[in-house]
Ligand binder design. Sequence first.
Ligand code: TMP
Length: 202
Amino acid sequence: KNPVIIFEGIEASGKSTNLDLVAKYLKKKRKKYIKLREPGGSPFSEKIRKILLNKNYNLDYKTDLMLFLASRSENFQKIIKKNYNKRIILLDRFTDSTIAYQHYGMNLNKNLIEKINKLLLGNIKPNLIFLNLVSMKNLSLRLKNRKNKNRYDRFKIKFYKKVQNGFIKISKNKRNYIIVNSNKDINNNKKLVLNNILKLIK
Ligand code: TMP
C-alpha cells in the first residue's frame, strides 16, 4: 500500500522544504508519487487558492472556511481519490490545517469542521503527518524576509502562536504524528524525516 504523507505547520516552519526533501528522495528511489498542496492541487482548487491568498480581498473567516473546504473537495475528488493506494501521496497541508487555523486561530466551530472533513474524505486517513514547529522569534525573522507577502502571511505573531499551539494539541497522543523542530540543525531534521519515510516505504 502506498501511504498518504502530510506536512503541516505554520508559515516558515520548514514544511515545504521537508516535503521537497522527501520528493527528491522518492524520485531517486524511483518510487511513484504525486505532490500536492492545499489550498490548491487540482486546477480549480489552484484558482480558489489565488482568491484565498489575494491580499486585496478582505474576506470573512467563514467565507475562508468555505473556500478551503471547497478547494479540498475538488482536490480530493479529482486527484487524491484516483491516486489513493496507487501512488505515494505527498501533501503540503491537509485537514489539520483547517482545524488549526479556522478553529484554533479563528474560533470557528471544531465539530462542524471535523464533520465536513469527514464528509469530504470518508474513511481515507493520512498514514504519517510531519508537524513542523518554529519559534516565534524565527517566524518573525523569516516572515520579515519574505518579499511577496500573501493575505495569510500578514497576521500578528499572536495569531500564529495560537495556530501552532492548536497544531500541537491536535498532535497529542496521535501515533501517526512526527514532530520536527525547525529551529534545530537542518541535517538532523533531514535524518529524522527520511528515517520515518524509510519505515513506511520498503
Ligand atoms: P501555504 O502558505 O502553506 O501555501 O498555505 C496558505 C495558507 O492557507 C496558510 O496560511 C494556511 C492557510 N490554510 C488555512 O487557513 N486553512 C486550511 O485548511 C489550509 C489548507 C490552509
